[in-house]
Each structure stands twice: as structure tokens, then as C-alpha cells.
Ligand binder design. Structure first.
Ligand code: FES
Length: 272
């Protein structure tokens, strides 16, 4: 089979490839617009984000709550610091999403997988391998894109958030102090599990737990750290799939709680 020639820059989409190379970037663009569009809308419209004892991941953990501004908000007694303070600027919606949950967005936007995906899907630089892209001089991730280097630090924010989400998931076993379980409990726990898998498959996490070592087993022993790193490597090899599934599940979790809170759906549980 003759080798594919690399196309000239500037001739967007020109290629000798005969497969449907455009499907992946097109699906990525549509998926990212839909999912991040939904989450952005919910961040600015945080109504019906709570249904006892479930809390949407879009506002968890709730530092402040806007109980009086939005129906279905987290009750004041459950917010870490109560209601939004009077000094909160009036032109910014009183949304708990702007306080801590935004760190999840920063983590995703700087993720190595997502970077590659949205550079192809939106910036067309190039849209796929051996396909012509936008004409521009290659500068790497410099200037504004230096911000992508913050990914290793956004990891710490994600680790903090995942602890909070597990706490919220375990708390979803209790309604008014009574132990039980509902479909919402399972939905929240699956959400925390998928996000944990996404974080533990992160390249920065994998480097953090094992990247600085030359040898794990030189002393003849297989350390727990080596096993942990191997587990992270397994997840890392599936990082793209986990990134998408976990993102869809965040949206699904929020939507499920929204439907319960508005009365449009009923939760099967052991409390009733
Ligand atoms: S590389 Fe994707 S979350 Fe770190």
C-alpha cells in the first residue's frame, strides 16, 4: 500500500485517506457542545438541584446556597456556610457551581485527552491525522495555551472534589437520619465511581504516583505502589472512554435529580 502524503496546510479536509476520518472530530464537536452547553446552562440556572437526600454534582459541594432565589435549591442548613452573603455581586447568579465545582471544568478543559480532541474538532489544527488543517505556524502550547500546564495543579482540585462527591454519595443513604437506598443513591455512587476512574487514569496522576521512579521492583518485591501504578495505567489506556462516560453520567445525574425535584419523575427507594 503506498504511503499517504501529508496534505498542504490551508487545504482543510484534503487527504488521501479513504476512511470516514471526519466522524470522530464531528462527533466530538457535537458531544462537547451538547454536554458542556447543558452544564453551563445549569451552572447559571441552579434550580432544582436537590431532592432529599440527593444533590446534583453541578452544585456539590455547596459552599453557599441560593434557597430563596431558585426553587429546589440545597437547604440552608446543608450548605457549608449557609445562604449566599449580601456582598455577592447582583449581576452574578447565586450559583454554588461558581464556588468549587468549576474546578471540575478546569480539570476537564486542561485534560490531555480533551485537548487533543477539541484541537481537532474546533481548531482544525489539523482535524485528523494526514488531513489538511487550518493554515497557521506551529507554536506548540505557548502564549495563552501555557495555561494548559496548570493541569497538574487542577488535579488537586479534582481530588478534593471527588472526596466531596463520595461524601455526598454516602450521605444519600440517609433521609432524615433514616438509613435507606433509592435509585438516586445508586446514580450518585455510579457518578462518583466513574469520576474516580477518570481521575485515577489521568496522566498527571499516573506520573504523580509512579513517574519519578526508575524502577519499581529492583529490590525484588512488588510494592503496593507498583500495583497502584499498574491500575492507573490500565485506566489511562481507557482514558478517552472513561472521560466520555463519566461526563455523560454527570449530566444524567443532574437531570435525574432535576426531574425528581420538579416532580416530573418518581424515585424508587426504601424510605416511602
Ligand atoms: S490527562 Fe485527562 S484528566 Fe489528566
Amino acid at each position: 500500500m503506498p504511503a499517504l502524503k501529508f496534505p498542504q496546510r490551508g487545504s482543510i479536509g484534503s487527504t488521501q485517506r479513504s476512511d470516514r476520518w471526519w466522524v470522530a472530530p464531528a462527533a466530538t464537536a457535537v458531544g462537547l457542545c451538547l454536554l458542556f452547553g447543558y452544564l453551563t446552562f445549569r451552572a447559571f440556572n441552579p434550580s432544582h438541584v436537590w431532592y432529599d437526600p440527593y444533590i446534583s454534582p453541578t452544585v456539590a459541594p455547596p459552599v453557599f446556597t441560593a434557597e430563596s432565589a431558585y426553587p429546589g435549591s440545597v437547604p440552608v442548613e446543608l450548605a457549608w456556610l449557609g445562604a449566599f452573603p449580601a456582598w455577592w455581586p447582583g449581576f452574578i447568579p447565586q450559583s454554588p457551581a461558581f464556588l468549587l465545582p468549576w474546578m471540575a471544568l478546569a480539570f476537564r478543559l486542561t485534560c490531555y485527552y480533551y485537548r487533543g480532541a477539541y484541537y481537532k474538532a474546533f481548531f482544525l489544527t489539523p482535524p485528523s491525522c494526514a488531513v489538511g488543517g487550518r493554515r497557521q505556524r506551529y507554536r506548540g502550547e505557548t502564549r495563552l495555551f501555557l495555561i494548559q500546564n496548570l493541569h497538574r495543579y487542577t488535579l488537586y482540585g479534582a481530588l478534593f472534589l471527588i472526596v466531596c462527591l463520595w461524601w455526598e454519595g454516602v450521605s444519600a443513604f440517609f433521609r432524615n437520619g433514616q438509613f435507606g437506598i433509592g435509585v438516586g443513591t445508586v446514580v450518585m455512587l455510579v457518578n462518583a465511581t466513574l469520576l474516580t476512574a477518570y481521575i485515577f487514569g489521568c496522566h498527571s496522576w499516573r506520573h504523580l504516583i509512579g513517574g519519578r521512579l526508575d524502577c519499581f521492583t529492583c529490590d525484588g518485591a512488588v510494592s503496593p505502589r507498583y500495583r497502584f501504578w499498574k491500575g492507573s495505567t490500565w485506566l489511562n489506556e481507557r482514558h478517552m472512554q472513561v472521560a466520555w462516560v463519566s461526563l455523560v453520567w454527570v449530566v444524567f445525574t443532574d437531570l435525574y435529580i432535576y426531574l425528581l425535584s420538579t416532580g416530573a419523575a418518581r424515585d424508587l427507594n426504601t424510605w416511602q
